[in-house]
Ligand binder design. Structure first.
Ligand SMILES: [Zn+2]
Length: 93
């Protein structure tokens, strides 16, 4: 992930952005993809390109590997490990 992506996640954490798990948005809460600007599933590819998100990298915590469809690493860290935005910004490859 590039610096711009990490900066967005850290800024969300600093302002106390409520975090959603398992959904892009729940009321005011957003998942990490939502913080980066994904609103619909059509946005994933362009957002991943903009912030140079390597969705195929193995998970730095458990070693799980994405198949690119069922598991995206960013969603895995947000939903499965429930890391906060600052920790995701720190650990994302
Ligand atoms: Zn993991």
């Amino acid at each position: 992930m590039n610096q711009a992506g990490r900066d967005l996640l850290r800024a969300a954490w600093l302002r106390g952005q409520p975090q959603a798990f398992g959904h892009l948005r729940v009321d005011d809460a957003l998942c990490a993809y939502g913080v980066l600007g994904v609103v619909t599933i059509e946005d994933f590819a362009s957002i991943e390109q903009r912030y140079q998100i390597d969705t195929l990298a193995p998970c730095p915590l458990c070693g799980a590997r994405s198949n690119g469809v069922a598991m995206r690493l960013l969603a895995h860290l947000n939903d499965h490990h429930e890391l906060d935005f600052a920790k995701i910004a720190e650990l994302y490859p």
